[in-house]
Design a protein around this ligand. Structure first.
Ligand code: DHE
Length: 526
């Protein structure tokens, strides 16, 4: 019986081999043809290894915000207001489709971005101290805004008194998150999703230094004294520390937990009262605190939230060493109370939150916040003698308001759809909350901080997304984005809620006022 089976198998062998050989060249050539197409048409700008160059990185993590059909359209038609040409004349439809499919595949070898690559990427255009120290424009340097325009990857420097643009300049592709200022407001650091950090001298309106910290970066933080910059990466799993003067690399921290498992880093923030950076890890249940050196001279008190004269140190971890704080759940999106005693984090499942004491590492409260609270957009204010915080939800038409002493949700406001950003100012009676998702994304709610009710819903332009607000330094005027390619920032009077001016811009996303950001104003993002 066994002999018979063997004989049949041997007779079938040539047939099977022929069939396999017939299939093999097709599979191999399909792969190599796509790779060859990439090498011929794409690699010069996007890099041989898809890590980016003149154009952005083309790896699945970096493309997570672009749908494959949209990627095909970009390859076919190009991207307006960028250097990406259309390839409709050179490539057949199936070639475009195969390229678009291929760039969403993980590379066979995980790309590397370590110390050598970071060092090699650094470009210092104007070494620190070589440019003049006085602003080359006539405007209050502390009431400037930077507006990030994601439509064509530019930023605009805006006078916060007259609301006239001072300078519009090209940025790296796909900036994300808030740019961070030095405490004197002279320099600003931008972070791009592809990992580039750009230091820009506002007074001289020049890019002074750049470095690439990673391949897929989350955000950056700047120490309260403006001397250090920390970058948080998804790829590679790392935090990277730089000297802010010329963006010189100081240290790469592989994001590896106590248990040896490595993790993406959700984000990193500066905690001025603690004198440290705080980072949350997405895949391990730890928060990291990394102290920077204490100032040798007193730090000047900076206004409302007032950075203390010298940061209090509640622990004795040496400078730039990691203090691991074990937490009971993975922290993704998070927020802090004003003195940075507690971190308020949304857990990875998006069905709730928790409050952790950063000194003891103890969880002090659970927050019943289903519907993906977007705690990173949280803001705080005084309400009936106590401090409250409010957060929008990414998948629920609601704003939750939480008492920051009892950690109870004291109000859930129903909104016209899930929102992304909230903003206020200590001098304003109102909170502004956008409706970023769904059919009502053209609406913005204005919430009274004392009645905790929506008192006005504005529709600046029907059918067009209105989102993200930032106040001027006095809390008297504010900017709202008409978040479209042919969009605008709209100037409102913060008291009367009347529109005063529109400044055309290309998909303006975040707007950042120098005073509010450097003073850690309670109504703005940190
Ligand atoms: Fe953001 C800030 C994470 C999607 C626009 N976003 C941040 C920050 C984090 C974050 C951690 C804080 C960084 C900082 O300022 O230091 N964002 C995430 C996500 O995890 C999420 C949901 C998915 C992702 O793709 O990363 C996400 N973000 C978006 C967008 O789709 C937005 C709307 C458009 C875009 O440009 O990508 C967007 N995020 C922003 C903006 C800020 C931001 C404008 C700064 C807000 C501020 O006022 O400071």
């Amino acid at each position: 019986m066994a002999d018979t089976r063997l004989a049949i198998s041997l007779r079938l062998l040539p047939l099977l081999l022929t069939a396999a050989l017939a299939l093999l060249p097709v599979a191999v050539s399909a792969e190599t043809e796509t790779e060859a197409l990439y090498r011929t048409h794409c690699a010069a700008c996007h890099g041989e290894d898809r890590l980016g160059g003149l154009g952005p990185a083309l790896l699945p993590g970096n493309l997570s915000r672009l749908k494959p059909a949209a990627a095909e359209a970009v390859i076919r038609d190009g991207r307006a207001a960028s250097q990406m040409p259309g390839f409709a004349a050179q490539l057949e439809d199936d070639q475009i489709a195969s390229l678009a499919e291929w760039i969403y595949r993980e590379p066979e070898v995980e790309p590397r971005w370590g110390q050598d690559e970071i060092l090699a990427s650094q470009v210092v255009h104007h070494p620190d101290g070589t440019l003049p120290d006085a602003p080359r424009f006539d405007a209050d340097p502390l009431n400037l805004f930077i507006v990030v325009e994601t439509g064509d990857h530019h930023a605009t420097l805006l006078d916060g008194d007259t609301f006239t643009p001072i300078r519009r300049f090209a940025t790296r592709y796909a900036l994300h998150g808030g740019p961070k200022y030095t405490p004197d407001g002279r320099h600003v650091f931008f972070g791009s999703r592809d990992g580039w950090i750009t230091k820009y001298d506002i007074y001289n309106m020049e890019v002074v230094a750049e470095v690439r910290a990673g391949i897929n970066m989350r955000n950056i933080a700047v120490s309260a004294d403006g001397r250090y910059v920390m970058a948080a990466n998804y790829l590679p799993h790392s935090l990277v520390l730089f000297d802010a003067h010329n963006l010189d690399l100081m240290k790469v921290y592989p994001a590896v937990g106590e248990n040896g498992q490595s993790s993406r880093v959700s984000a990193v923030y500066a905690a001025p009262p603690r004198g440290s950076f705080i980072a949350a890890l997405k895949d391990i249940e730890e928060v990291w605190e990394i102290p920077w050196p204490l100032p040798t001279e007193p730090v000047v008190s900076t206004g409302h939230m007032a950075t203390p004269l010298a940061p209090r140190r509640s622990h004795d971890t040496p400078n730039f060493r990691v203090r691991r704080i074990p937490v009971p759940d993975y922290l993704d999106d998070f927020f802090f109370d004003l003195d940075y005693q507690h971190v308020i984090g949304a857990s990875r499942g998006g069905e709730g939150g928790m409050v952790v004491d950063l000194d003891s590492g103890e969880k002090v409260a659970d927050l019943p916040l289903e519907g993906m609270p977007h705690l990173g957009s949280g803001i705080t204010w005084e309400y009936q003698g106590r401090r409250v915080m409010a957060t929008p939800h990414l998948t629920r038409a609601a704003v939750s308001i939480i008492d920051m002493t009892s950690w109870e949700v004291i109000k859930t406001l129903e909104t016209d759809g899930p929102g992304f950003f909230m903003r206020s100012h200590a001098n304003s009676p109102y909170v502004w909350a956008d409706v970023f998702f769904g059919p009502n994304r053209d609406r913005v709610h204005v919430i009274d901080k004392q009645s905790l009710e929506i008192v006005e819903t504005l529709i600046p332009e029907p059918g067009r997304t209105a989102a993200h607000v930032e106040f001027d330094r006095y809390g008297e005027k504010l900017l709202l984005s008409l978040w479209e390619d042919d969009g605008a920032v709209i100037v409102y009077d913060a008291e009367t809620l009347e529109e005063e001016k529109r400044i055309p811009m290309s998909k303006p996303s975040g707007k950042y006022n120098v005073w509010n950001k450097t003073r850690y104003e309670e109504g703005t993002s940190h």
